[in-house]
Design a protein around this ligand. Structure first.
Ligand SMILES: Nc1ncnc2c1ncn2[C@@H]1O[C@H](COP(=O)(O)OP(=O)(O)OP(=O)(O)O)[C@@H](O)[C@H]1O
Length: 284
């Protein structure tokens, strides 16, 4: 069980944000942290990991105290049983794949887990390869394996798949799910991607204006309210009939522009209301 209450004054370009959040996360759960850019999601992960000191609050993990402001207790990051994977892989470029994963283990720890992780992440044939020779998706698999090698109690994932192309992203989501299950981890993922959150998580926590506004299942969260139907894209061109041609991920869609003056390169939200869905069988 992770039980925390964190207060931190964040200095943003738009002014101060008083972050004041608390949650109880049961062991073995996969939780996603969702919210607009700059609301403090990464800061929460950094405080849990011990890289950023809260102004006040506490962090208890499985009956041990990692942080307690009034007791002046702050366990160093190395002493916290945490695995951390960022968007950038932060691997050692001069080491090969196996050495990068092995590095995470203490001197007296058995290296058997390295082979298990190489197998699980599909890296066994790349074990001797230098990091620079790998694709982004492959590097992220190494980063994931390295984070797990220490057998963390909590796995913290900060948009680990956002720089990776769609096909590899789907593959890595499956790997993440399997790793979470196999190692009985408690996982906290920061993600902007509804698909990913729905596929992976038991619970989604919505951070807005410094507070956890909602804590519910992804299905409920993305079905209700505006969050469900808002898609962001970039305008490529405006058609003669006034429709905007918008690039969403790797697709172009033509959308009626509601009277607003829009121009190519504008970043836009497409909001769907009363959306009717129809399902038809795909031709083989
Ligand atoms: N040590 C710190 N003290 C005070 N403010 C900080 C500190 N570190 C970062 N901030 C500020 O906190 C704000 C929130 O940043 P954070 O990275 O946590 O947001 P985020 O929700 O993860 O954003 P994104 O989705 O864009 O990654 C930023 O404006 C940042 O400048």
């Amino acid at each position: 069980m992770i039980n925390f209450s964190l207060q931190k004054n964040l200095h943003t370009a738009e002014g101060e944000i008083q972050l004041n959040v608390s949650a109880r996360i049961e062991s073995g759960k996969f939780v996603s942290l969702y919210g607009a850019s700059g609301v403090g999601k990464t800061s929460i992960l950094r405080m849990l990991a011990g890289f950023m000191k809260p102004d006040n609050g506490y962090i208890n993990v499985n009956n041990s105290v990692w942080y307690h402001a009034s007791a002046k207790k702050h366990i160093e990051p190395q002493q916290r049983k945490i695995g951390f994977v960022f968007q950038d892989y932060a691997l050692f470029p001069n080491m090969n794949v196996r050495e990068n994963i092995r590095f995470a283990l203490g001197k007296n720890e058995s290296p058997a887990i390295v082979d298990e992780l190489l197998e699980l992440t599909g890296l066994i044939n790349l074990a001797a390869r230098k990091i620079q020779t790998l694709s982004g998706g492959q590097q992220q698999r190494v980063a994931l394996a390295r984070a797990i090698a220490k057998r963390p109690a909590i796995l913290l994932l900060d948009e680990p798949l956002s720089a990776i192309d769609n096909e590899m992203r789907v593959y890595l989501q499956d790997t993440l799910k399997e790793i979470h299950r196999r190692f009985a981890l408690t996982t906290i993922l920061v993600s902007h991607n509804a698909n990913e959150i729905i596929k992976l998580s038991d619970t989604v926590i919505h951070l807005e204006q410094g507070r956890f506004q909602q804590q519910t299942t992804p299905a409920r969260f993305f079905q209700n309210g505006n969050e469900a139907a808002k898609i962001t894209g970039n305008i490529i061109s405006i058609e003669e009939n006034g429709n905007a041609v918008v690039l969403i991920e790797n697709r172009l869609v033509s959308v009626p522009a509601a009277g607003e003056k829009l121009n190519p390169d504008d970043k836009v939200d497409i909001t769907c209301s009363n959306m009717r869905a129809a399902v038809s069988k795909k031709e083989k």
